[in-house]
Design a binder for this molecule. Sequence first.
Ligand SMILES: [Zn+2]
Length: 53
Amino acid sequence: MADTVTDPVCGMTIRPEDAVAHEEHDGRTFYFCSHACHEAFLKDPHRYGHPED
Ligand SMILES: [Zn+2]
């Protein structure tokens, strides 16, 4: 199974190579399924940037 990541905004599981955008926050890289999710993250990175591990 390929590595997958969770889009922190919508919770969707995606593959990094399928992400339309990515962003670093607190030394971690987050991947987004859509530009809308990316923009939501940029507006409030602290809300989305600390998902449960
Ligand atoms: Zn998303």
